[in-house]
Design a protein around this ligand. Structure first.
Ligand SMILES: [Fe+2]
Ligand SMILES: [Fe+2]
Length: 302
């Protein structure tokens, strides 16, 4: 149960004789739900379509001023997830066939899984790090989370038109690992999630769009175009708040980024990079290029 808030308005409600009169606005503020609890409600929702619906509803409520800028519930370590799909280690995933309806379905299913995870990543950002950041931070990640909900729904609709649904195929386990390992470190979270994982989406999505066009699925290609444009904004939000936190701590931006990615990101930064999209999202090459060079060096040695 969320704890009862302790605020000036709450103490005024106790009726202490030297306190100002309680206004109806005070009472309204007291009973209004808060964005932190709303984010936790999304994280705690297991049903995929319901999680996506809630993400968009919370986004609308926040931007209509219907939620307090307060955080009355702590986020869970791991979000609730549906019973299906079965989660498997990447090495145990069946190989995706390149062409045909089955191949397209598998691609769109894998992307749906990433988007569902992205909803939780955005609202975990809100619930976990919102209390220590300005209000604009919360607004940015609520916007991101709401868009991830939209992305999941768009992909779910495509899966439905291909006679299936999210959960029909096994999906990657381990997408939450980066979130868990950075749960106490906002700089590491920003570096690894939006600036590495979401930036990777900018690299690979244009080729997926081309492929879907080539195999005669322009509607799925259009969905990926919408996602691609939105994802530039998600990377940009990550870069913006990373810079904000770096300046607050008077740290060296690129060097700190390199150290955090090496510490918290298991794996390599793979080429090719979409330099133009990355730069437009506030991610210059001196952030990611040195990490890719490490990857190449390691591979030459093995
Ligand atoms: Fe997305
Ligand atoms: Fe995203």
């Amino acid at each position: 149960m969320p704890k009862k808030p302790e605020s000036a308005a709450a103490s005024r409600l106790t009726g202490a004789p030297d306190m100002p009169t309680v206004s109806s606005e005070d009472i309204r503020q007291e009973i209004r739900p808060d964005i932190g609890s709303a984010a936790v409600a999304i994280l705690s929702t297991a049903h995929a379509a319901e999680k996506a619906r809630l993400a968009q509803a919370v986004g609308a409520a926040w931007f209509h001023g219907q939620l307090d800028f307060a955080f009355r519930a702590p986020p869970p370590d791991r979000p609730a997830r549906p019973a299906r799909p079965a989660l498997r280690l990447p090495r145990d995933m069946p190989r995706r066939r390149a062409g045909g309806v089955k191949g397209r379905f598998a691609l769109l299913h894998a992307l749906s899984h990433i988007e569902l995870n992205a909803i939780d990543l955005a609202f975990d950002m809100v619930a976990r790090f919102g209390p220590q950041c300005p209000r604009a931070f919360t607004s940015d990640w609520v916007q991101v989370g709401s868009e991830e909900g939209k992305h999941f729904n768009l992909l779910a609709e495509r899966l439905h038109l291909l006679s299936g649904q999210y959960g029909d195929l096994p999906a990657h386990d381990g997408l939450w690992d980066a979130a868990y390992s950075t749960r106490d470190n906002i700089l590491a979270r920003l570096a690894v999630v939006p600036m590495v994982l979401e930036a990777r989406g900018l690299d690979v999505t244009p080729a997926m769009i081309d492929k879907l066009e080539r195999v005669g699925d322009p509607d799925s290609a259009d969905v990926l175009r919408i996602i691609y444009e939105d994802e530039k904004g998600h990377v940009a939000a990550g870069s913006r708040w990373f810079t904000h936190e770096i300046e607050k701590r008077a740290l060296a931006p690129a060097e700190t980024f390199h150290a955090l990615v090496r510490q918290y990101f298991r794996g390599d930064l793979k080429r090719p990079f979409n330099d133009a999209a990355r730069l437009s999202a506030g991610l210059p090459a001196d952030f990611y290029e040195p990490l890719a060079e490490d990857y190449q060096t390691v591979n030459k040695e093995t």
